[in-house]
Design a protein around this ligand. Sequence first.
Ligand SMILES: [Mg+2]
Length: 366
Amino acid sequence: MGATAARIDGVSARAYVIPTDKPEADGTFAWTSTTLILVEASAGGQTGLGYTYADRSITDLIAGPLGEVLKQHDAMDIGAAWIAMQRRVRNLGRQGLASCAISAIDGALWDLKARLLGLPLALLLGRWRDAVAIYGSGGFTTYNDGELRDQLAGWVERDGCAWVKMKIGTHPSDDPRRVAVARAAIGDRGLFVDANGALTVKQALALAERLARDAGVLWFEEPVSSDDLAGLRLLRRRAPAAMEIAAGEYGYDADYFRTMLSAGAVDVQQADATRCGGITGFLQVAALCDAHHIDLSAHCAPAFHLHVACAVPRLRHLEWFHDHVRIEHMLFDGAPTPQQGAIRPDPSRPGLGLAFKRRDAERYLA
Ligand SMILES: [Mg+2]
């Protein structure tokens, strides 16, 4: 069978639960572990991998109904397979867990197709750039000042990041002090904050003014719930000019992004390919951003995003999220390492450029 015809002949899914290195929290959630769902899809003697961070329950959906759908498709025809998967979950609700499942599978299909063709995925998609700027992300509200300082300074000093992001919103009255600690740790680098939707519009506006004035904060992510498009839009209009409003990490389909963009709710659109329909879904979001003249920033899972982030217009940067960087380096050979604040695909490795370290992962298998 040649590379232009390879029927998908296997789809598997496994869940791995990896404890965090310390307890972590943001403005609206707290956690002590992260669940990685690994998907493998095979055709023509090759195997592709994709993944998402979600609940272990989706392994049944991936290996069962979605896997059955895929076996009717050729590995070259990802668009047809993607639509068939969307239709298969129609009655379950396409958003949320179903979209995470499809996202991980779609990643595996793109990895598989690129491997069948012997190409890095960025080359198969077509590059706009050969490296992607990253910003360090963590700064959890569970950290003491020393932990916050060390983590943020590490991204600047070790990885060369031009920007770093910290969580706020768990105890809003403490945030100006925490942000001052962060500012002192990173010198003149860009400082971002993320409230994960914890604040009211007025709380957020007052904090935006104070953090811009006292600490030069450039980016306020989910100051209010990302479902409050009117609130986001108001903050976008009223926040200091040098401060951008960002949201979008909970977008699962193109309609979500169309609605957020057409509401004028964000200065920079965020999207997560492990949730929004995989590489295929991320390409759709990028086209919407381009049509709305809004920059795009990739949310988390940096190794998954690296190649597609090289292949879309208006890509601002990619989130170098502490938990996911740690997991990707623990469990994937080929996970990217920053140089001077950017990561780049390895041209010698096909597909996503990743190999799963099955033996190292065994102890985390759910
Ligand atoms: Mg966020």
